[in-house]
Design a protein around this ligand. Sequence first.
Ligand SMILES: Cc1cc2nc3c(=O)[nH]c(=O)nc-3n(C[C@H](O)[C@H](O)[C@H](O)COP(=O)(O)OP(=O)(O)OC[C@H]3O[C@@H](n4cnc5c(N)ncnc54)[C@H](O)[C@@H]3O)c2cc1C
Ligand SMILES: NC(=O)c1ccc[n+]([C@@H]2O[C@H](COP(=O)([O-])OP(=O)(O)OC[C@H]3O[C@@H](n4cnc5c(N)ncnc54)[C@H](OP(=O)(O)O)[C@@H]3O)[C@@H](O)[C@H]2O)c1
Length: 422
Amino acid sequence: MHLICPRYKSRRSALSLLIFRYSNIHACAMWYTIHDSAIGLRNRTHKADFVVLCMGRFSGIPNIPTFPAGKGPEVFDGQVIHSMDYAKMGASKAKEMIRGKRVTVVGYLKSALDIAAECAEVNGTAHPCTMVVRTKHWILPDYFAWGFHISKLYLNRFSELLIHKPGEGLLLSILATLLTPLRSVFSKFAESYYSIPMKKHDMVPDHSLFEALAAATIAITPKDHYKRLDEGSIVLKKSKTFSFCKEGVVVEGETSPVKSDVVIFGTGFKGDDKIKNMFTSEYFRNIAVGSESTTVPLYRECIHPKIPQLAVIGYSESIANMYTSDIRAKWLARFLDGGFRLPNVAAMQKDVLEWEKYMKRYSGRYFRRSSILILHTWYNDQLCRDMGCNPRRKKGFFSELFEVYGPGDYANLLSNSKSKEQ
Ligand SMILES: Cc1cc2nc3c(=O)[nH]c(=O)nc-3n(C[C@H](O)[C@H](O)[C@H](O)COP(=O)(O)OP(=O)(O)OC[C@H]3O[C@@H](n4cnc5c(N)ncnc54)[C@H](O)[C@@H]3O)c2cc1C
Ligand SMILES: NC(=O)c1ccc[n+]([C@@H]2O[C@H](COP(=O)([O-])OP(=O)(O)OC[C@H]3O[C@@H](n4cnc5c(N)ncnc54)[C@H](OP(=O)(O)O)[C@@H]3O)[C@@H](O)[C@H]2O)c1
């Protein structure tokens, strides 16, 4: 992650932007003191006016399921790893590890699907890979439903008119309410197509495709996923809970265990713990990532209202996380360059709460994923306005309304913008 902040660079007062590599950082009692325990170097203390955390959300701290005593990995004779460890092995070593083994993968989103596909490729039907599925998800073969690209249904300004948005006025709110039935029509249209291969395996999710997109819990299948289900090289076990025994994994509704040599947790990450762990101060540890009943409170998904000299890049989710991080990094660079000021704490908190309300309303129990996927353009508009850039990036009324916004629309964003200071 690279940020360019000429103004801060030119100020003598402090090293205001730090790009940390190969070091562990602990912000202590005061956020501007950072201990750097770089590998091979002695611990040093840096003082900074501003700290940017670009530590990644999907690495470092895995989400490992917990079990009652005697029902966890300790009683299992085989090997248990997380998808993170599997990825670290590298392709050839990982293939060797799973070759000829009975592999069970826990989870049914991207990491789990990718690993199951690799197992199926290596072991075929001779040693099927079992997936333990807690929640059925919308796992799509591609983005075309009945030949129509679904981004046109969900990722343009028109589709945003069908949703209640944080900070919307009365008119937009009324419009969103009136257009809600159309949203259901869009969802039903796409679901009628995507559910065809799912029905065969009783895998149609209980929630709508719209909700899945809102929460960023969709995935594009690895190649031939449904073919592999049909041929039996991947076997699904739907089970809300699971536990271990000597021979493998015990799932609900089955008397004998799923015999396994290797169990791989594709169960995601605890990115919020990563931010929390940066702080040694109990106060900051308590407020940094909110609680289980709130979202991670970041203004513009970047700056904590009560810790305004610290920014986080790379927390919220979207259709492509790099796209989101890129525009947010530009926003932060412009802010650090003095291009605009943050609102006061109360105004930032109000804005955070409005986004939280939106996430709870549309993402359901996944609200803490902080997904901005279906409101990305609305979100980008806010950043553009802060930066003094024109949020309308298309040419013409209909293009603006119906064309899909993407990274290309924001290339050269800062080169033709006006700083509010100027
Ligand atoms: C298997 C997998 C596939 C993915 N594929 C995609 C994809 O196709 N498209 C997409 O948009 N996203 C994808 N993602 C999500 C992906 O994590 C992000 O999009 C991208 O890597 C985020 O970049 P980042 O710089 O924010 O974080 P990271 O790439 O995770 O980089 C974080 C860096 O911070 C360092 N770091 C962490 N903690 C500390 C610390 N305490 N002190 C110092 N340094 C620290 C790490 O060592 C690392 O170098 C994928 C994630 C996974 C796990
Ligand atoms: N190819 C790619 O682009 C790619 C590949 C890998 C990862 N990624 C990215 O990396 C991020 C993380 O993805 P991920 O797939 O690792 O994690 P994830 O999206 O958080 O998915 C975790 C999966 O594990 C399940 N799970 C969690 N705890 C469980 C438990 N105790 N018991 C049973 N199941 C449990 C979840 O089920 P529930 O739904 O029931 O919670 C879900 O199916 C995402 O942003 C993703 O886009 C991208």
